[in-house]
Design a protein around this ligand. Structure first.
Ligand code: G6P
Length: 492
C-alpha cells in the first residue's frame, strides 16, 4: 500500500495534494485498532487488537487507500502516522487532562451511563463538555487533513458524536457515515443532557447514522424532532443551515453489528483449542455443568445480578458445588473511573462471600478471573461451557452472545440472554431473561442446566443459522453500500 500511496501522490496535482490528503476511506474511532507491545529486549511494536470491527474493515482499507484515525492509548504522547498490518494509522494525541475530562469524564461518566438507562447516575460538568468538544474537533481536523477529495469517512461510537458536524463544516465534499455501538436513549432520558441539541446537531452532520436496533433509531429521530424541531420523514432528517435552507439529508437506520464468524468457527475447529477446552473442564474437576460469563467489568453487564441468582441457587440446593462450576471472566475496564472501582469492590466481595460459603477443598463455586484473554482462550472457554450467561441490564449489542453461538458447531449448549441486549433481537431462540427479576433469572438458569438435548440443539441450530448468515463483513458492507447509494440518490 505504501507504494500505491506514493503513486497516488505523484498522480495528484501538487497544489491540491497540499489541500487534501490522499486517503479515500477513513475510519475514525476513539482508539486505534492496535495495541502497543514491548518485547523482552525492549523493542516496541504494534499488534492488531482483537475484534470484529477491525477484521471487517482491514480488507476495505487495503483496497481503498484507507486510513484509521484514533488515539493510541497513552496520554501526553505525540506519534507520527505509521503503517501497520496493511493500514495507515493516524494517532490523535490526548493529554492526561483530556483523558480525565473527555474520556473518563464526558464519554464514560456522562454519556455512557446516560445512554445505558441511567443504571449509574450520569454526571454533568461543563469542563468535561468543553474538553469533549475540543477533542472531537481535533479528531475532525486529523480526518480533514488526511482525506482525499470526496473521500468516505466512517466515524465510530459515542465518544465522537460531534465529529460528523465539524467534519462537514471543514470538508463539505466528504461522504460521512456514523455508527453508534451503544444504545441511543429515549428522549425522556436524553432530555437530561444540557448539551442535547449540540449532540443531535453533531450527529446530523453525517449522511448516514447507523444504530444497533430499530428502537435506537426511533429514539434518535424522536430526539431530533423534539429538541431541534427537525423535519423527519421516513427515517430522513432534512438538515437546514442557519439560513433555513436544506443543506443535506441525514438518514438514520439500524445496522445490527456482528462478529467475525469465520475466525471463531476456524478456532473452534482447531485441535489444540478443542484439547484446551477439555483441559479446562478437567481442571474444574469434570463437573456435570460448566457455566460461563464473559464481560468487561462494567455495571451495565449485570454481573452482580448473575452472581446473586447463582449464589441463591447454591443456597437453595438447586445447584451443588460438586456438580457445577461458574467461570466468570471480567476483563479490567476504565479502572480509574469511580463507578468502575466501586463495582469491582462489589463483585470481589460477592464472589468472596459465595466461595467462602460454598467451596469445598475440592470444588470452587465461582472461578473469577479479572483478566483479559486472547481470542484462542476465549473460544476454548466457549467450547467448555454448557451454559453461557449474558445478563446485561442494557447492552447495545453483546458480541459475546454471538461468539458463543458461532463457536458451538455441534449445536450443543444453552444461551441465557438478557432481553435488554441488542443481540436479543436476532437470537430469538435463546432463553431470554429479565435480569432484574432474580427469581426469573434463577428459573432460567435452572432450565438452561436441564435443557433436553433435543431442545438445546433445535435452539442452537436456529441461532447459528442467523449468525452464520450475518457476519461483521456483511454488516460493514451493508452500511457502506447504503452510504454510497444514499449519496447517489441525493445527487440525483
Ligand atoms: C464499548 C464501546 C467501545 C469501547 C469499548 C471498550 O464496547 O462501545 O467504543 O472501545 O467498550 O471501552 P474502552 O473505554 O476501554 O475503549
Amino acid at each position: 500500500m505504501a507504494q500505491k500511496s506514493t503513486q497516488a501522490r505523484s498522480e495528484a496535482a501538487g497544489a491540491s495534494e497540499r489541500v487534501h490528503g490522499h486517503s479515500d476511506f477513513i475510519v475514525v474511532s476513539n482508539r486505534l485498532p492496535v495495541d502497543r507491545i514491548v518485547a523482552e529486549d525492549g523493542d516496541v511494536g504494534w499488534r492488531r487488537s482483537p475484534g470484529g470491527l477491525v477484521t471487517a474493515l482491514a480488507p476495505v482499507m487495503a483496497t481503498r487507500e484507507g486510513a484509521w484515525v484514533g488515539w493510541h492509548g497513552a496520554p501526553d504522547e505525540c506519534l507520527e502516522p505509521f503503517h501497520h498490518a496493511n493500514m495507515d494509522l493516524i494517532p490523535v494525541p490526548l493529554s492526561s487532562d483530556e483523558v480525565e475530562l473527555y474520556y473518563e469524564g464526558f464519554a464514560n461518566s456522562t454519556l455512557w451511563p446516560l445512554y445505558h438507562d441511567v443504571i449509574a447516575p450520569p454526571e454533568f460538568h461543563r469542563t468535561w463538555w468543553d474538553s469533549y468538544r475540543k477533542v472531537n474537533k481535533r479528531f475532525a481536523e486529523a480526518v480533514a487533513t488526511a482525506a482525499a477529495k470526496e473521500a468516505t469517512v466512517w466515524v465510530q461510537d459515542y465518544q465522537l458524536q460531534l465529529v460528523p458536524r465539524y467534519l462537514r463544516q471543514m470538508r463539505p465534499d466528504l461522504r460521512i457515515g456514523f455508527f453508534n455501538h451503544i444504545p441511543f436513549p429515549p428522549p425522556e432520558i436524553f432530555a437530561q443532557l444540557p448539551w442535547r441539541q449540540a449532540i443531535i446537531n453533531g450527529l446530523l452532520g453525517a449522511d448516514l447514522i447507523g444504530f444497533q436496533r430499530p428502537n435506537d433509531t426511533a429514539n434518535f429521530l424522536r430526539s431530533a424532532r423534539r429538541f431541534l424541531g427537525a423535519s423527519v420523514k421516513a427515517k430522513q432528517v432534512h438538515v437546514t443551515d442557519s439560513g433555513g435552507t436544506i443543506s443535506h439529508i441525514a438518514r438514520a437506520e439500524p445496522f445490527p453489528i456482528s462478529i467475525d464468524v469465520g475466525e471463531i468457527q476456524e478456532l473452534a475447529a482447531r485441535p489444540d483449542i478443542i484439547a484446551r477446552s477439555k483441559q479446562i473442564r478437567e481442571d474444574l474437576g469434570n463437573p456435570k455443568t460448566v457455566l460461563l460469563g464473559v464481560d468487561r467489568l462494567d455495571y451495565t453487564k449485570g454481573i452482580t445480578h448473575r452472581l446473586k441468582a447463582y449464589g441463591e441457587l447454591l443456597h437453595d440446593g438447586v445447584i451443588k458445588v460438586e456438580d457445577a462450576a461458574l467461570i466468570q471472566v471480567a476483563s479490567p475496564s476504565r479502572e480509574r473511573v469511580e463507578t468502575y472501582r466501586l463495582l469491582r469492590e462489589e463483585v470481589d466481595g460477592m464472589v468472596g462471600r459465595i466461595n467462602g460459603q460454598f467451596d469445598t477443598i475440592q470444588n470452587t463455586a465461582v472461578r473469577y478471573l479479572h483478566h483479559s484473554y486472547p481470542v484462542e482462550e476465549m473460544v476454548a472457554l466457549y467450547l467448555a461451557a454448557d451454559v453461557m450467561l449474558v445478563t446485561a441490564l442494557r447492552d447495545g449489542m453483546n458480541l459475546v452472545a454471538k461468539e458463543y453461538v458461532a463457536a458451538r458447531s455441534r449445536n450443543t449448549g444453552a444461551l441465557v440472554l438478557s432481553e435488554f441486549t441488542g443481540a436479543a433481537d436476532q437470537l430469538r431462540q435463546a432463553l431470554l431473561v429479565n435480569p432484574h427479576d432474580i427469581d426469573g433469572l434463577k428459573a432460567t438458569i435452572t432450565r438452561a442446566i436441564n435443557l433436553p438435548p433435543v431442545e438445546s440443539s433445535r435452539r442452537m441450530r436456529a441461532m447459528r443459522r442467523q449468525i452464520l448468515a450475518h457476519d461483521v463483513q456483511r454488516w460493514s458492507s451493508e452500511f457502506l453500500t447504503t452510504l454510497q447509494n444514499k449519496a447517489v440518490r441525493d445527487d440525483g
